[in-house]
Design a protein around this ligand. Sequence first.
Ligand code: PLP
Length: 450
Amino acid sequence: MKRNSTQTQNWLARSLVSVWHPCTQMRHHQDSGPLSLPLIPIARGEGAWLYDFDGNRYLDGVSAWWTNLFGHANPRINAALKAQLDTLEHAMLAGFTHQPVVELSERLSARTGGALGHVFYASDGASATEIALKMSMHAWKNQGKPRKTRFLCLENSYHGETAGALSVTDMALFRDAYAPLVRRSETVMSPDARQALPGEQAVDVARRAAAALERALQEKSGDLAALIVEPLVQGAAGMAMHDPEYLRLARGLCDRYQIHLICDEIAVGNGRTGTFFAYEQADIQPDLLCLSKGITGGYLPLSAVLVRDGIFDAFCDEDLTRGFLHSHSYTGNPLACRAALATLDIFEEDDVLATNRKRAQKLAAALAPLSSHPRVRHLRQRGMIAAFDVETADPIFSRRFYRTALENETLLRPIGNTVYFMPPYVVEDAEIAQLGAVARKALDVAICTG
Ligand SMILES: *Cc1c(COP(=O)(O)O)cnc(C)c1O
């Protein structure tokens, strides 16, 4: 990797002074030791690739933090945005409405078969989580159940990093430093299939987890507003996958014990797991649904919370304080909605779910040889998400792997000892093959040097 152009040096130096990078120990960008992390100024993107100023390119195997669906600088989304830009860039959504937000709401609702007919907007995933929690609690209060103010989440859950979202995020790294600000929720057993005991299948783990959920509900449902889950794949946990049976059982239990089911599809929605929404694979409907990340094809910050009639109706009243008291300045931004509409157009025009099935098979074939690697455990896949765990005691395995992959024109950023693949839906056969080959090489290099 050459990194010596004056442009690279210029942006690198200035970024380190003035930009505070997310989820990063900034010292690691300044050090040169084994903990050091490269900081790469990006010049432009095209399709599944990012290009720097030194002639290096990187195959984006993680879709720009799981947001990009149809490639960087997609000509169709670009054209839609340029037209929107000349029409209306923004208008406040209190007291006003506009074509992109109406059409997007209708089309998202239609994707739920009309079951979730009301859409509330914000700008990022964590805000969608906050909205779902507030909405659930407030709906119960409006329905005469003011005690229902607490939430259940799964072990190793991730629902965002603002103070409210952290209350349902079971990740020590993100939560512990801010514990005094966080009102922790109860965690229940994750259905993560890797916990299968000898002789158990994924579905058996799902049933055990559902039994644990029922015990928690028996004890606490009177104080509980909702259960929040990431359907089928717990992303930030390290692509922990579970059997759809868990969602079916959880849906039934939420009904029986009268709590809402919130599906956080911020990462797994928009076709990522093979169906447009992951919950469809369990043949259920949530009460509240959170979307973000891929919703704009990875273009602009936008999130949405979809709810069913009963919850929406609980807020309709003469009394202002029974309304949903929440807003963000950029709620329903027309440019972001337009990018989301252009993204939905591509899903329809290109029959993306069908072509992704073939793409997912090719990804499976490219990764299959890794399953016999002596250090690889639990190779798994759900649609356009694949992952495996690496048996190693090296505390900086992920860093070594990441660096080697970059040196081989590939962006793969393991979560701890889990290597995962979440490419945009435009990856071609040769690029899929590259993901498999580079993963193999980076694995061997990381293990050798570790
Ligand atoms: C990324 C993510 C969030 C948070 O979204 P941000 O836009 O990063 O705030 C919430 N839930 C899940 C499942 C996510 O993957």
